[in-house]
Design a protein around this ligand. Sequence first.
Ligand code: NAD
Length: 502
Amino acid sequence: MTVPSVDLAAPNGVKWSQPVGLFIGNEFVASSSGETIASIDPATEEVIVSVHAASAEDVDKAVKAAKTALKSPDWKLLSGSERGQLMWRLADLMEAKKELFATIEAWDNGKTYHEALEVDLVEAVAVIRYYAGFCDKYFGQVISTTHQKFAYTLRQPIGVVGQIIPWNYPLSMATWKLGPALACGNTVVLKAAEQTPLSILVLGELVKEAGFPPGVVNFINGLGKDAGSALVNHPLVDKIAFTGSTATASSIMATAAKTLKNITLESGGKSPLLVFKDADMDQAAKWSHLGIMSNQGQICTATSRILVQEEVYDDFVKRFIETVNTTSKVGHQWAEDTYQGPQVSKAQYDRVLGYIEIGKNEGAKVATGGKALSIGDKGKGYFVAPTVFTEVNPSMRIYQEEIFGPVVVILRFKTEEEAIALANDSIYGLGAAVFTKDLERAHRVSAEIESGMVWVNSSQDCDPRIPFGGVKQSGIGRELGEAGLEAYSQTKAVHVNMGNWL
Ligand code: NAD
């Protein structure tokens, strides 16, 4: 049964017709159980709209649609160039609706409208275009062996790909996964995060409008324990690509092992940012602020552990706190001057405030923040003050555990060796930043830090052309860049005997 869209008007005046069904086979259909999940505005705690939630039966329907599309000549026999054209069209359609997408991202996620428009949407469109360009430029090799024989390799799609994304960058996370999967000719069932399904469903409308055959791209909303788990367990799914917490990544890996599914995991982090005594202190303070406080601190690569050489510790802390107090204006996601909106959900709000209490009880000093803020109407909204802890030691939970909010810890170190040891004292290894003017030190330390990415005199740079991913418990595999294509294709070797030779 198809489900009609619901007319919505956001607080910034943008109006549209929001699909609320499951996007399967290019149609918006009802969930088999009729169950829905409410999308909430985290600034007001009011329901925006309720969206159908997939059961295991619906997941089965979506996977079968993807399997049929994989074999269909309408998709399978498209040339790389033709696939690329579909993707270019999708990117153009997304760009034409960028204000609508930014509105939706701001409304159900709580991020600021201007950041959604200027950062998330720019990136999402760029990722689809980047991978569209690869469609007809990614192929196998011819390998000479003897005079009579040779072999060639084919790059073939992995098959039906299940993709599971988090709520912190809904559209960006979707495009990071869709871009390389479609470029390589796979078909997809993507599960949105239950907190933020709205932009993904509007993207479904554009997938259809761009001309993708039915079943190539399917979008479902649903709880992780139901829809997510059914996707990971499904025998017709050949690969799972997941972004989310390390705990969920670990359980997905265990489940995927049963059917030996190919996996890519992007999980949590507790990324260090090192400030050496020769660093430009203004730059260090500016990037340290952006590195933890942007996107409400809800960034997997957030540089949430700041390590500062003792000679410049006091100077850095003073400048950093000044930057936090003057830049991190907390407010509604629609206001031009808001830097930090509400946390995405009540669960995240409680989690962040819980960690702030843990830090206080562990004996760390609250240098600024350390509390909830009352900004919304009638005290509503999940607002947290940007919080800086000093007097922290590495055995504290606030040093070791991912908080995923606007909370940072600052420690001092004496030597480069100590800084590297502190940086690597973590189960995680996603990002890391190094502030120094010493060229040799910058590269030496970058090589020694256990992480998938390092920023020198910067934090959070991200580009479709650059591989993204973690080591240790921050993940397996890479997204973005050419490396992202490797996760979505497999190599077949064809041996050719040109005569009757042994
Ligand atoms: P989460 O793991 O609870 O949920 C992420 C997604 O997984 C959601 O779509 C959820 O529905 C689904 N899910 C939950 N349980 C599942 C299960 N048993 N089987 C299948 N799917 C399941 O994470 P979260 O708390 O929503 O997101 C925050 C976490 O995500 C943080 O730890 C953060 O570091 C991480 N994250 C990582 C990256 C990265 O690229 N490394 C990016 C963004 C967020």
